[in-house]
Design a protein. Structure first.
Length: 139
């Protein structure tokens, strides 16, 4: 699916934090901590509903900082709800307005469970590697 930036946000307590970001403005999106219910991604998770062609500029964390801004103009975001319990949001961002279609949303929703499970498994593997490396340093 064409996009200029992709972000996977994972819920940690009452906030969404970036677990993976790649593409245009990735440094900006990597630094965000989005309160649940706020901004585009916070709304998607809290309401458990996707958004097509939302405004990336409403993500909190840089709205009140003139030094931070995004050149991205549209977003397709969907909640991630794997069976294991992790909660998060997949957000695709694009430079052009109205970049995403309802057909694209349907495609991405059709793989939501498989994708969400893969993200959850990857995060568990990352955590296991960190623990294993910490233990190796102790022994």
């Amino acid at each position: 699916m064409p996009h200029d930036c992709v972000a996977i946000y994972v819920q940690q307590n009452n906030r969404l934090k970036a677990a993976y970001v790649q593409g245009e403005n990735s440094r900006l999106f990597s630094s965000l901590e989005i309160p649940l219910g706020q901004g585009l991604s916070g709304w998607v998770l809290e309401n458990n509903k996707p958004i097509v062609n939302g405004n990336p500029g409403v993500e909190p964390g840089y709205l009140n900082d003139a030094a931070k801004f995004t050149t991205l103009c549209s977003a397709l975001a969907m909640p991630l709800r794997p069976p294991g319990g992790m909660r998060g949001v997949l957000a695709l961002y694009a430079l052009e307005k109205e970049s995403f279609s309802k057909d694209q949303l349907e495609i991405i929703l059709s793989i939501e469970t498989v994708f969400a499970t893969a993200v959850e498994n990857t995060l568990h593997c990352r955590q296991a590697n960190v623990i294993s490396e910490s233990l190796a340093g102790v022994c």
